[in-house]
Design a protein around this ligand. Structure first.
Ligand SMILES: CC(C)(COP(=O)(O)OP(=O)(O)OC[C@H]1O[C@@H](n2cnc3c(N)ncnc32)[C@H](O)[C@@H]1OP(=O)(O)O)[C@@H](O)C(=O)NCCC(=O)NCCS
Length: 130
């Protein structure tokens, strides 16, 4: 039996954008904070869906930057729910880039974001049933 050696994104496509020159650091690569911010937004979208409402980021774990992001890359974020608790949901977030038309996607980052379901007041609330 043969296995596909090409790694591929895991999860649901949740966000897609293109970084601009204003998002670069002093090396000319895209600033890590911009990347983290896009991942937090995508994780928040997935968490909002599972929590059926407002959430807050409580923790970011196992953050890993695998490769730099460049201006003009097609930057795509994939999300999957990996764990739920009483009030929290943990989302595995992967970011991939496509550098040229027809090129394969390269994974640039991954992390586990934990969100807590909250009321409008900011107080935590139980996750609703699926
Ligand atoms: C989110 C918040 C309402 C949680 O309230 P809290 O009283 O601290 O809640 P708890 O300590 O009981 O934790 C709530 C849940 O988060 C989980 N959690 C807390 N810290 C965690 C961590 N470091 N890693 C993983 N999960 C964590 C707990 O296990 C618990 O999960 P469960 O209910 O599913 O078992 C509160 O911490 C808060 O407002 N934090 C600031 C959030 C924020 O502003 N985020 C934006 C950052 S810019």
């Amino acid at each position: 039996m043969t296995q596909d050696p090409t790694p591929s994104p895991q999860g649901e496509l949740t966000l897609q954008t293109v970084p601009m020159p204003a998002d670069t650091n002093s090396n000319g690569d895209i600033f890590g904070g911009w990347v983290l911010s896009q991942m937090d937004i995508a994780g928040g979208v997935a968490a909002h869906k599972r929590a059926k409402g407002r959430t807050a980021t409580v923790a970011i774990n196992a953050m890993r930057f695998h490769a730099p992001v460049m201006v003009g890359d097609v930057f795509t974020v994939y999300t999957s729910v990996v764990k739920t608790g009483t009030t929290s949901v943990t989302i595995h977030v992967e970011a991939w880039v496509q550098r040229e038309v027809d090129a394969i996607q390269i994974q640039v980052t991954e992390a586990d974001f934990t969100f807590v379901a909250i009321e409008k007041s900011g107080v935590k609330r139980p996750l609703p049933p699926l």
